[in-house]
Design a protein around this ligand. Structure first.
Ligand code: ZN
Ligand code: ZN
Length: 78
């Protein structure tokens, strides 16, 4: 099935609002509004400590290959 709109997979709970919105950071109105998958301010950031049990329980394969772009926000262990 074709789902409408942007990549539905990107909105899955796993990476929802774990980082700040680029638009918000630049004080530019975000076209996604309240539906934005990024946080508009620290208050909207999900508490990373409450994340699922996959959080940093596995080594990051990208980091091992020196290609991880998430840095210390990565969900895998570095
Ligand atoms: Zn936004
Ligand atoms: Zn990583």
């Amino acid at each position: 099935m074709f789902t409408q709109g942007v990549d539905a997979g990107a909105v899955k709970q796993g990476d929802f609002r774990i980082e700040l919105c680029d638009f918000w950071l630049k004080s530019v109105p975000c076209q996604h509004g309240v539906g934005c998958r990024f946080a508009h301010g620290p208050a909207q950031l999900r508490k990373i400590t409450l994340r699922d049990d996959l959080w940093r329980t596995k080594p990051c394969r990208n980091f091992a290959a020196d290609k991880c772009s998430y840095g210390n926000r990565c969900r895998f262990r570095h």
